[in-house]
Design a protein around this ligand. Structure first.
Ligand code: 5RP
Length: 224
């Protein structure tokens, strides 16, 4: 299903495009298909949203530029952890949410590729990744907890771990995964998280996706 979504997204890639390239297993299927097109003569310049995606692109021969070299992009194609009916997203399961958000906001359009399991009525079943500065972690955690309780949200904040300690993002930050369960007012949470100084970015992507390609057993459909 991930491949089906990636195939459908590839139809929107045109010769000469400046392309933001997402992170995660669905985005990686897209990179594999894109690499085949590139070897067949398609010319694109890709800006990767993570070191992991950059490595795969380099391995498969997809030409890359930095966002500083290409500060404005035509299209970003990326996966998501959750998509609701208003195309609000939760992203960051792969820990790349900051670069993903910067790259998506540099793009004229963002296409989300996902399978049906990612479509939800209300965001929040997937824990919301919140990228935080390591300095003042305890203070930032308390501020997020207070905000959550003000907004009527409950649930634990868990510091994301990797095999060798705390998970560190490409930007050198930490991730607190917020197990809120249900986020009825994603806009309010997004705005107020941004006002906490230790919060670098959060995984709520609102008004960013142009449309989503959702693949299920019967094929791919577009959500807009
Ligand atoms: C990475 C992301 C991914 O797009 C998201 O986690 C979906 O990944 P997958 O396609 O593997 O389910 O936001 O930070």
């Amino acid at each position: 299903m991930k491949i089906k979504a990636a195939e459908a997204a590839l139809q929107h890639v045109e010769d000469g495009m400046r392309l933001g390239i997402g992170t995660g297993s669905t985005a990686e299927e897209f990179v594999r298909l894109l690499a085949e097109k590139v070897s067949g003569g398609l010319r694109v310049q890709g800006v990767p949203t993570s070191e992991r995606t950059a490595r795969l692109c380099l391995e498969l021969g997809v030409p890359l530029k930095s966002l500083d070299e290409l500060p404005e992009l035509d299209l970003t194609i990326d996966g998501a952890d959750e998509v609701d009916g208003a195309l609000r997203l939760v992203k960051g399961g792969g820990g790349a949410l900051l670069r993903e958000k910067i790259v998506a906001s540099a793009s004229s359009r963002m296409i989300v590729i996902a399978d049906e399991s990612k479509v939800v009525e209300t965001l929040g079943k997937f824990p919301l990744p919140i990228e935080v500065n390591p300095f003042g972690l305890a203070t930032t955690r308390i501020a997020i907890e207070k905000l959550a309780s003000k907004l009527g949200l409950s649930g634990d904040l868990k510091l994301r771990k990797s095999d060798d300690g705390a998970f560190t993002t490409d930007g050198g930050h930490l991730i607190l995964d917020a197990f809120f369960g249900r986020i009825p007012d994603a806009e309010a949470l997004a705005t107020q998280l941004n006002s906490i100084p230790g919060v670098v970015e959060h995984g709520l992507f609102i008004n960013m996706a142009s449309f989503a390609i959702i693949a299920g057993p019967a094929g791919a459909r577009t959500m807009q």
